[in-house]
Design a protein around this ligand. Structure first.
Ligand code: UD1
Ligand code: CA
Length: 496
């Protein structure tokens, strides 16, 4: 085994997390699009340990199922009763009876701990010839933590828990982070000596330090400069604080990679999101899951994009999108809802107050205003007029509609699926289309306009409307009007 690869990393995640006041196990709460325990196993896995063990207890079914999805390499071990951190590690080692080399212990609720910091811990452990090396932190307010007692030679003599500490010991500001590197043999021997003779009646992992020192092994302490790296989550206030810090770091690293972020404090980017250079993120933009944004595209203000791909040069404003693919140079928004299965071609447009579901728009196809398009394919260059509804649901089943290339559907039409409109076809405004329309045809499917002369004067006498009609009749009496010609123009007129 290479000296810089630990034999095992043990992640402790059996605690109840009472202060979260949640029906979800604490370590399944998320920051940056990953659960707390997922962050912990990602850092652990980067060390390439021979064994990656997660100790589970409270909510174990949910935690085990979750880990199987996000980190199939992690092995879970059940700690039936939470008898203390020392007991949790005993349970883990019972599963690894012959282990030799280095065992790293971390917690499942410390999401900002990185593999880089764990490597510095392993390096210190190696260089100092330690039997145990603990990661420590100097805190302004050490309340609640175990205090690190240093010997004259700078090594660690013991760790005393807050509840067991004297006044004098409580004044110490160097605390135990709960992250350790152990020599496996030293750890196993010391674990066998633990007892519950302490204020909490628990088997303390911290007591390993004293036992190891007594047995003549050096115990080292490495203080982290970055205190966030050891910040645990115990309640939802800490969850939010850690999330904000993680996001600050994520957004900052994207800015350094060439992304313009107008307001980092209202821009939230999950860890699995990818962004290219010259992307602009406007304020109030949330990018979640596996969302990607290609070069030169602009997203926001006011966008929530989940598992969405945005093509190069596209512009997306005030949009909510789940699982859509937005083509290069496409434009989306404002107030647009894209649902799974939506694909917009190059230069396509989904405009204001438009909802798309399982809808494919060809290159340069446009749905500019106030429409619902469900289960449809729209050919390249086609234009769907304002207020068009693709009626995809008959109350029992969903059906598809297709509109061919360069076709034109007039405003306020309803296309009742299944229906096919060919290439280069027209649908007159206000039509309810229930049958196919062939290429080159105009479909008109609505009541024909009928004008009743003199109706206002007869039925609305004495109103302002009647007065206006009378006024209009006198001023226009010199002009002649061709009503028929006006009617036929209106037939084909439609909002584009
Ligand atoms: C522990 C340390 C303390 C340190 C602090 C850092 C001990 C005795 N004390 O205290 O020195 O400053 O962490 O945060 O170790 N867990 C289990 N099984 C158990 C008990 C705990 O898996 O039986 C897990 C918890 O889920 C949690 C972690 O171990 O993730 C720490 O447990 P917690 O009870 O929070 O320890 P602290 O009292 O905070
Ligand atoms: Ca804790």
């Amino acid at each position: 085994m290479s000296p810089d690869r630990p034999a095992a990393v043990v992640v402790l995640a059996a605690g109840e997390g009472t202060r979260m006041r949640s029906s979800i196990p604490k370590v399944l709460h998320t920051v940056g699009g990953r659960s707390l325990v997922h962050h912990a196993v990602v850092a652990a896995a980067e060390l390439e340990p021979a064994h990656l063990v997660v100790v589970v207890g409270h909510g174990r079914e949910q935690v085990v199922a979750h880990l199987a999805g996000v980190s199939p390499k992690a092995v879970t071990v059940v700690q039936e009763e939470q008898l203390g951190t020392g007991h949790a590690v005993q349970v883990a080692l019972a599963d690894l009876p012959d282990i030799e080399g280095i065992v790293v212990v971390t917690y499942g609720d410390v999401p900002l701990l990185t593999a880089a910091i764990l490597r510095t811990l392993l390096d210190a452990h190696d260089e100092q010839g330690d039997g145990v090396t603990i990661l420590t932190a100097h805190l302004g307010d050490p309340t609640g933590y175990g205090r690190v007692l240093r010997a004259d030679d700078g090594s660690v003599a013991s760790v005393v828990e807050q509840k067991d500490a004297t006044e004098e010991q409580r004044a110490i500001r160097e605390v135990n982070s709960g992250v350790y590197a152990f020599d496996a043999v030293v750890l196993r021997d010391a674990l066998a000596r633990l007892d519950t003779d302490n204020a909490q009646g628990e088997l303390y992992l911290t007591d390993v330090v004293g036992h190891a020192a007594l047995a003549g092994h050096r115990v080292g302490g490495l203080a982290v400069a970055d205190v966030w790296a050891v910040e645990g989550v115990n309640d939802r206030v800490q969850l939010a604080a850690v999330h904000r810090e993680l996001n600050r770091r994520t957004v900052e690293s994207w800015m350094r990679a060439g992304v313009s972020v107008i307001d980092p404090s209202t821009t939230w980017v999950d860890l699995d999101v990818t962004l290219e250079a010259d992307v602009t993120l406007e304020p109030n933009t949330l990018l979640r899951g596996t969302t990607s944004v290609a070069r030169g595209a602009s997203v926001g203000p006011n966008c929530l994009l989940v598992d969405t791909q945005v093509g190069a040069g596209a512009a997306v404003v005030s949009t909510t999108s789940y699982g859509a693919v937005i083509g290069p140079d496409a434009t989306v928004g404002p107030y647009t809802y894209l649902r799974p299965g939506t694909r917009l071609g190059r230069g396509a447009k989904a405009g204001g107050f438009v909802e798309l579901k399982a809808a494919e728009l060809g290159d340069d196809a446009k749905v500019p205003h106030l429409s619902y398009v469900g289960d449809a394919s729209i050919g390249e260059g086609a234009n769907i007029g304002a207020g068009t509804i693709f009626a995809n649901y008959d109350g029992v089943e969903k059906h598809r509609t297709s509109v061919g290339a360069h076709s034109f559907v007039g405003s306020d039409s309803v296309l009742v699926a299944p229906v096919e409109i060919g290439d280069g076809a027209y649908v007159a405004a206000g039509s309810t289309v229930t049958g196919n329309v062939l290429s080159g045809e105009l479909a008109v499917a609505r009541g024909k306009q009928r004008n009743i002369a003199g109706w206002v004067a007869r039925r609305r006498a004495g109103t302002r409307t009647a007065a206006a009609a009378e006024q209009a009749a006198t001023t226009s009496s010199h002009h002649t009007h061709d009503h028929n010609q006006q009617d036929s123009q209106q037939d084909e007129r439609s909002h584009g």
